[in-house]
Design a protein around this ligand. Structure first.
Ligand code: GUN
Length: 306
């Protein structure tokens, strides 16, 4: 039995951010202003607030100007549409993202459809989704699956001819992930909550991408010997919910002592004993998502000004 090598998402994200910094600097010199990213947060969801704060910090790190807009939890669809309109028109804003999920009274689809596709750094607008489906070259694509593809490339994993299994069918991760793997010539299976014998399908994977949002759902014996495992999950669990394998890990014990929870993925960490490569949680896919957001902002800025 080999012991899976951990893919260092922080290191690869650092490399991406360095590349973005150099190019953002170049953009600023040529355009007389830095690339700009507007980030809209509606309400005070604690996880969303943390994500938005980190995105704004990433902008500062790589020479992108951020424009932060915080709206009350009672904001209406009409009010948010007005802000999106203003940001669509704002020439300093190259990228525009509205943090999801939005409060229940807001029609999310209407908002996403209203963002200028040229500024849609999340890749959620139907025009960008359609371009991804067709495999068009110049397209803004969702950050998490794009970050996963970059990790595979950096690790020398070529999806061509491989069996790739994506667990989860969300618009943000599962569906675009499957398309990107398909464009790189993998044989792709998408699984979800109604899949019959999910464990057996997972065991057929050379590349297994877990994006379901269920803590530690994918067990070690669901993973084929030598598979590449990408864990997109980010779940918070308490000491009481933690299985023994976490309670034996000094880093997890330190987490529980500091904050009474720890972040885990959708894959049980002991899957590293059978995988050839595996992403840790935290420190795997998460930093890559944020780095690709910076890359998409720079792309949008360059396309808009060329
Ligand atoms: N909420 C969770 N993931 C994302 C993301 O990638 N983009 C946006 N806008 N909101 C999210």
């Amino acid at each position: 039995m080999n012991s899976g090598k951990l893919i260092d998402g922080n290191a690869i994200a650092g490399k991406v951010l360095n590349e973005v910094s150099v190019q953002a600097d170049q953009f600023s010199k040529e355009q007389g202003r830095p690339p700009g990213l507007a980030v809209v947060l509606v309400g005070e969801d604690p996880a969303s607030s943390v994500y938005v704060r980190m995105k704004i910090r990433d902008c500062a790190k790589c020479g992108i100007e951020s424009f932060s807009h915080k709206l009350s939890a009672e904001t209406t669809t009409g009010q948010l549409l007005d802000l999106v309109d203003a940001l669509n028109r704002d020439r300093q804003v190259d990228g525009l993202l509205v943090q999801l999920p939005l409060p229940g009274q807001i029609d999310t689809r209407t908002i996403l459809d209203h963002i200028d596709p040229a500024k849609d750094v999340d890749g959620f607008h139907p025009r960008n989704v359609g371009r991804l489906v067709r495999g068009d070259g110049e397209v803004l694509v969702p950050c998490t699956p794009a970050g996963v593809m970059r990790m595979l490339d950096e690790e020398g994993v070529d999806p061509k001819g491989k069996n790739a299994v994506v667990v989860g069918r969300s618009d943000i991760v599962g569906k675009p992930m499957a398309l990107m793997l398909l464009h790189r010539h993998a044989t792709v299976t998408i699984c979800h909550s109604r899949t019959t014998d999910l464990a057996a399908v997972c065991r057929s994977a050379d590349i297994l991408v877990a994006a379901v949002g269920r803590a530690l759902m994918i067990k070690k014996d669901w993973v084929k010997e030598g598979a590449v495992v990408i864990d997109v999950g980010m779940n918070s669990i308490s000491r009481e919910e933690a299985p023994q394998l976490l309670l034996d890990d000094p880093a997890r014990i330190a987490d529980f002592e500091k904050k009474n929870y720890t972040l885990v993925g959708d894959v049980s960490p002991d899957a590293a004993q059978v995988a050839s490569l595996i992403t840790p949680v935290p420190g795997g896919v998460g930093p890559m998502t944020r780095a690709i957001l910076m890359e998409n902002t720079l792309k949008a800025a360059n396309w808009r000004t060329n």
